[in-house]
Every structure is written in C-alpha cells, then in structure tokens.
Design a protein around this ligand. Structure first.
Ligand code: XMP
Length: 326
C-alpha cells in the first residue's frame, strides 16, 4: 500500500522554482497513474480543490471533470469566480450544478447546528453522486487532501472529501497534494497561475454560510449574511487587514431588535462581526480592529443591507467562544 507519510527527504516548497519542480513531478505522476482515463473532482473553489484542479488540468486537460456544486451557502461572488477562473481562463471541463433550491428546501425549518451540517454534507454527496452517474468512463476521483488532513482530522474539516459515495462509485483516488502543508499548497497554486483571491483566502467551513445564518435558515437572513460578509471583506481588503487577520466573517441570529430609521420604528435583524487570529484554530484571539473602521462598516451594513438595523462586534476569544457561532 502507498505510504501516507511525507518522505523524510522532501524539501519544503517555498519558492516559485520549487513549486515548478513539484508541479512537473506531479504532472508526470498523475499522467502515469491515470493514463488516458477520466478523473472526477468536486471543485468547491476553496484553496485545496482549486489547486488540485489547476494541477490536473495541466496534467490531463479535458479528462478532468470538475463538478462545482452551488449549494446556496457560498460567499458572494464565489460560484461566479469558479466558473470564470476554471471555465473562462483555464478551459476546464466544468459541470456547474445549481442546487440552491434543493439545499435550502432540505434545510427549511431545521435549527439544530449538527443536523444542519449533516443535511448539507449528505445532500452534497447526493448531488455529487448524481453528477458522477451522468459521466461515462470515470475511473478516478481526485481530492484536495493535504498533509494536515492525514495527520489529524482536526477542527478544520476536509470538506472537499467526498468519501461516503456508494460502493459502486468507489474510484481510485488521485491526491497530488497529500504531502503538502497549507502554505506549500498556496505557493503551488500561485505557480499554477491561480488568482491571489483564491490562493490566499481565509478558511471557510464546508457548511459555508449555513452555520452563520443561525438557527433555521431563511433566504432573507441568508442574504443578510452574504451581503454583510461581502461588505466586511471589502473593507478589510481596503484597509490592509485581508492578509493579516486569520478569519473574519459575519453572523446573523434568528431574532430581531427594535431600531429607528427616517423617523420610523424598525424591527430587524442584527449582524455580528467576528474577526480572529489563531495558529491552529484550537485557540483564538480577537483582532483589535480600529474603532473608526468598525463604525464605517456598521454604517455601510445598516445602510446597504436590507433587513438589518444593528451591528455588533464579538469580543470573545476561543476559549470560551468557538470561532463559529454554531
Ligand atoms: P470552531 O468554531 O470550532 O472552528 O472554533 C474552528 C475552525 O473550523 C472551522 N469549522 C468548520 N470547517 N466544517 C468545516 O469544514 C465545519 O463544520 C466547521 N465548523 C467549524 C471554522 O471556520 C474555524 O476555521
């Protein structure tokens, strides 16, 4: 059996030249492994699956079939970016699946966080399985497994892992990044020509905005999360916090509060901002965001996001709060 231990003599990939050597080696290895057969990949648009996609496109071109499932819980602009980068720029064989209604219908009325996660995970496998069955001649499944996924299935989950497919869809795995650490994956992604916004992006949970739209997800509150998150990201990028803060996002709870706008009483949702720093996500500290910037973001969110009349900043470190709210 192939070893799952990083070879002791494997040098760390830090430079563009080292990344290029790794890419050449893996392109040859993938071609040896799969020959002229087809490979299927669940392409979420996250760093790991995007780098695997770019690498395999280089190795086998159209024989890589990428499936991007839009479950409606992605951040603003993400599905569009996946299509633009992979179909538009890299000429990928990309199947885009609009499964938004399917996921949101399944999630309607479900408030328990772990049940929500299970529904999202199970529905993802089901959609992916359906797409896999539509394809002829697939013999391999590519996965963006990286070395930390092998070392520990820690708190940052391998959401790209589509293990769980039925027995008749057990393909041989292609995992070209399995000995790389995250920073090395980013160097390789950059060398493959992926945009910085994809290569350097912050961690994003598999269940996506689904665990940031607290309690039972509604389309209205989901749009509050997506729109406020987009404003937060835009302002962090503009103010030099993008590459500095480890993870930052907004959360929308399932209760309303009273406010006032244009002399009239409002009854609307609050948005909670969370911005934390950590090394391994086991503990985290809160970013000391300049007060004036928080005020500016509050102003934008309350003016630009319909259905929101209040903004809060979460000052809780981990422990005792977790990074996500559910
Ligand atoms: P917590 O909230 O446990 O989060 O402090 C630690 C890190 O894990 C991410 N996270 C998840 N990632 N699926 C994922 O892929 C999940 O269900 C999930 N829950 C939390 C979280 O964003 C943070 O980076």
């Amino acid at each position: 059996m192939e070893s799952n231990k990083r070879p002791e003599n494997m040098a760390r990939i830090e430079s563009a030249a080292q990344a290029q050597a790794f890419i050449d080696e893996q392109v040859a290895a993938v071609r040896r492994q799969v020959g002229d057969k087809k490979v299927l990949l669940a392409l979420s648009g996250g760093v790991d699956s995007s780098v695997v996609a770019a690498l395999l496109i280089r190795a086998i071109g159209q024989n890589l079939v990428c499936v991007h499932v839009n479950h409606g819980l992605l951040r603003k602009g993400e599905p569009e970016q996946v299509v633009e980068v992979f179909r538009g720029q890299m000429n990928a064989n990309l199947v885009y699946v609009d499964a938004v209604d399917r996921f949101l219908d399944k999630l309607a009325g479900v408030a328990d966080p772990e049940t929500k996660r299970k529904i999202i995970g199970a529905e993802f496998i089901r959609v992916f399985e359906e797409e896999a069955r539509k394809q002829d001649g697939i013999e391999f499944l590519a996965q963006g497994t990286i070395y930390p996924d092998i070392l520990e299935s820690g708190p940052v989950k391998a959401h790209h892992n589509v293990g769980g497919l039925p027995d008749d869809l057990q393909f041989e795995l292609v995992e070209p990044l399995k000995f790389l650490y995250k920073d090395e994956v980013r160097v390789v992604g950059k060398a493959l020509g992926l945009p910085d916004g994809m290569v350097y992006r912050q961690p994003f949970p598999g269940p996506g905005l689904g665990v940031r739209c607290l309690g039972a997800i509604t389309r209205e509150r989901l749009e509050c999360v997506r729109a406020s998150d987009a404003i937060l990201r835009e302002e962090f990028a503009k103010n030099g916090l993008e590459g500095k803060v480890w993870q930052y996002f907004t959360v929308v709870p399932d209760f309303k509060s009273v406010g006032v706008k244009d002399g009239k009483r409002t009854f609307a949702y609050p948005v909670i901002i969370r911005a934390v720093n950590t090394k391994d996500a086991m503990t985290a500290t809160v970013e000391d965001v300049p007060f004036a910037l928080l005020e500016h973001i509050t102003d934008r969110i309350t003016k630009e996001v319909p259905g929101v009349n209040r903004v809060l900043y979460d000052l809780t470190p981990k422990p005792c709060g977790t990074i996500e709210w559910e």
